[in-house]
Design a protein around this ligand. Structure first.
Ligand code: C5P
Length: 407
């Protein structure tokens, strides 16, 4: 639950995307937030306050003259309680109002009255593609951003009006992701991070191969956490069925050799390389062109294996890594003696930070425990979700690249 303790004022303005706001409200609450809904008159044409009250478990506010507040100042009271005001959907008209500081209904009044320093304004635009593309809207969006609001992307695709293009409101799950990301500390702002994740698959013939049990979950969680921390993230992923973390550039690969080439070509832009992938140590030297058939003789095939390139070791010895321009982090999946193996592996791979974990206790799981080993010593991060672990690991890495000291 990423939003425990957060109080969100969810503002709805007039647009068909109001139907998505219902789901979004529910998603915020499931994540632990409390939600106070404020609707404009136009929003109430699309979805009823009854629906939003039932979902948020709080009476909805819609009027600046709402007498339920003892001081009759809902715009002050509601905005002072909020950790953020999220306008979703935010219509073109409402953007224009925000821009001009107009305050002729409760929601716009509340946005204008919010304490700028402590109550951020997050805006999820939703409109027809022509309205979105109009220079007035684009000008307003740029100014809204300059005024300190966080403007979420718009989606692209079929619109309720029957046209196709940019301007749809993001889906509730995407909005939730962006709100959660908003609250994360931007400890990697401006940094470029390359992450390898998942297993590799080494073909034996066109239909078979050698792989391992890595699910990619840890590497994908790290990519998400690095992105949430403000980094520009490239994820080189072996064959896994996981969805791409939002805002992350993903390069799919199959074999260790593919992964080696993809990492080599991406790493020249990176400030940090995290080798989280479980790369196969060996590959079949010459996979057969055709499927190997079983025959009546019972003869078993034999294969000649050759060693795969060590991606981490080769990147760690590059000039950029050696000069400190690239910070390399390795992983070690062990079955026993974690500290001894991780310590030895850090030295062998020549990386400043090595993250040890127990293979059987992490492969395929949603949680894990880590042992961080660097030149100064070691530190355990106890078992918790891979998402939470990733945020802690990202903070540890950020700490080390800004001040090269650790535990
Ligand atoms: O040597 P071992 O496979 O145990 O090392 C694990 C670490 O090295 C991980 O960070 C893994 O991603 C990386 N590695 C690599 N290329 C290989 C083998 C391992 O990048 N061929």
């Amino acid at each position: 639950m990423d939003l425990v303790g957060k109080h969100i004022v969810l503002g709805l303005t007039g647009g068909i995307a109001c139907y998505k706001a219902a789901e979004f409200c529910r998603a915020l609450i499931k994540e632990g937030a409390t939600v106070q809904v404020v609707m404009t008159e136009a929003a109430a044409q699309f979805i009823t306050p009854v629906t939003m009250q039932a979902l948020s478990n709080r009476p909805v506010y819609a009027s600046q003259w709402d007498a339920r507040e003892p001081n009759n100042m809902a715009h002050i009271n509601l905005s002072r309680e909020a950790d953020a005001i999220v306008i979703a959907p935010c219509s073109a008209d409402f953007v224009a109002k925000l821009l001009h500081g107009r305050a002729d209904d409760l929601l716009s009044l509340m946005c204008l009255a919010r304490p700028l320093e402590s109550v951020p304004l997050l805006v999820a635009p939703a409109m027809n593609r022509e309205m979105w593309a109009h220079p007035a809207t684009q000008r307003n969006m740029a100014q809204l951003h300059a005024d300190g609001a966080t403007v979420f992307d718009v989606g692209s695709g079929e619109q309720a009006c029957g046209e196709t293009g940019d301007g749809r409101m993001l889906e509730p799950a995407e909005l939730l992701h962006d709100v959660v990301a908003f609250f994360q500390a931007k400890v990697l702002a401006g940094k470029r991070v390359l992450i390898s994740a998942g297993p590799t698959f080494e073909p034996m013939d066109p239909v078979r191969g050698v792989t391992n049990l890595s699910s990619g979950k840890m590497g994908f969680a790290l990519a998400r956490a690095a992105r949430e921390a403000g980094a520009d993230v490239t994820l080189v992923a072996g064959p896994v069925g996981l969805p791409s973390p939002r805002g992350v550039h993903r390069v799919d690969v199959i074999s260790a050799q593919d992964m080696f080439e993809a990492c080599q070509s991406q790493v020249s832009h990176a400030d940090i390389f995290i080798a989280c992938a479980a790369v196969a140590d060996w590959r079949v030297d010459v996979p057969t062109q055709q499927k190997i058939k079983k025959d009546a003789s019972g003869a078993t095939p034999s294969f000649q294996f050759v060693e795969n390139p060590d991606i981490l070791a080769s990147i760690a010895q590059s000039e950029r890594a050696q000069s400190g321009a690239l910070y390399c982090v390795g992983f070690a999946a062990e079955s026993n003696d974690l500290l001894a193996h991780a310590t030895a592996k850090r030295l062998r791979k020549n990386v400043p930070l090595l993250v040890g974990n127990l293979g059987p206790a992490t492969f395929g799981k949603d949680d894990n425990a880590l042992l961080l080993v660097d030149a100064q010593g070691s530190k355990e991060i106890p078992r918790q979700s891979k998402r939470a672990l990733s945020r802690l690991l990202v903070a540890e890495i950020a700490n080390r690249i800004t001040q090269p000291r650790s535990f």
